[in-house]
Design a protein around this ligand. Structure first.
Ligand SMILES: Cc1cc2nc3c(=O)[nH]c(=O)nc-3n(C[C@H](O)[C@H](O)[C@H](O)COP(=O)(O)OP(=O)(O)OC[C@H]3O[C@@H](n4cnc5c(N)ncnc54)[C@H](O)[C@@H]3O)c2cc1C
Length: 251
């Protein structure tokens, strides 16, 4: 039989996951006056950075939410990219001056973005419920029943909408029967490293460098005080070289 529920017993939106997507959704719902809860399985905020670029449109969204000044205060602008291929300088591209009130792309660690969005919720009297994991759902006629657990408790949450912002291994996606079939590429992988590097070229922080060969390396200089370089390596073929490089970077 179809299940319905008294509307006053429902929360509007249950957000699963407090990465950048879940936190941005929470901040937008806050701005629009929509009632929500946001759950996050990790007990502590992420310490390390992952994604780093904020393009103009994303900055516009953060301006509407009201956090852009705090984000820009912790960002560095990116104005140029220099490209190398197999040791040869291929060119220099200007990435600035887009038609937007925020026309300069910036770099900022994803952990900082998450902290600023979390603080924004706290300042409005809301917060991420940490240490709580979404475990399953049941779709009824006009509401969703979600099961969550953590901090020694099991709970059933009734909501009008449940939004899965729980990343690439999404349990929400599995619960609604959607699946993706990722392909693992043999001997190819990507690593991101926050490291202090020796570097004979410019270390101005408003630029990004790409070098393509068997290793694709991108380097940018973020936060000169605490992180000198922020780079990713994509190892295309040569696994032993990759391991050596990673060992060196760890030292
Ligand atoms: C090393 C690395 C480097 C990257 N570099 C870049 C880059 O340079 N540029 C770029 O655009 N992107 C980059 N990315 C990708 C970028 O980080 C992701 O696109 C982004 O994190 C996606 O955000 P999200 O909020 O959707 O998911 P996530 O950041 O994965 O957040 C999902 C959250 O949901 C929580 N969660 C998961 N399951 C549950 C559950 N059952 N219950 C409750 N909570 C749950 C997780 O703990 C997590 O906090 C990188 C990723 C990695 C790993």
């Amino acid at each position: 039989m179809a299940q319905t529920k008294n509307q006053e017993d429902l929360i509007d939106v249950l957000i699963v996951g407090a990465g950048p997507v879940g936190l941005t959704l929470a901040a937008e719902l806050l701005r629009l006056g929509v009632q929500f809860r946001i759950l996050e399985t990790r007990p502590e905020p992420e310490k390390y950075s992952k994604a780093a670029n904020l393009w103009p449109r994303t900055q516009e969204v953060f301006a509407a939410i009201g956090v852009i000044d705090r984000l820009l205060a912790e960002s560095v602008p990116i104005r140029t990219a220099t490209l190398y291929a197999y040791g040869k300088r291929m060119g220099h591209v200007t990435i600035d001056g887009y038609s937007s009130p925020y026309g300069t792309p910036v770099m900022i660690g994803q952990n900082r973005i998450e902290r600023i969005l979390s603080d924004h919720l706290v300042q409005a009297g809301r917060s991420v419920e940490r240490g709580i994991t979404f475990t399953g759902l049941h779709q009824n006629t006009d509401y969703v029943e979600a099961t969550v657990e953590g901090n020694g408790k099991h709970e059933t949450v009734h909501c009008r909408f449940l939004v899965g912002c729980d990343g690439n291994k999404s349990r929400v996606r599995n619960a609604i029967g959607l699946s993706i079939h990722p392909e693992r590429l043999e001997r190819r992988f990507m690593r991101q490293i926050d490291a202090r590097v020796r570097w004979s070229r410019s270390v101005r922080d408003d630029q990004i460098w790409f070098s393509f060969s068997t290793l694709v390396i991108s380097v940018s200089f973020l936060y000169q005080k605490d992180i000198i370089a922020f780079g990713s390596l994509t190892m295309i073929k040569v696994y032993p070289i990759a391991i050596q490089l990673l060992r060196k970077c760890k030292k």
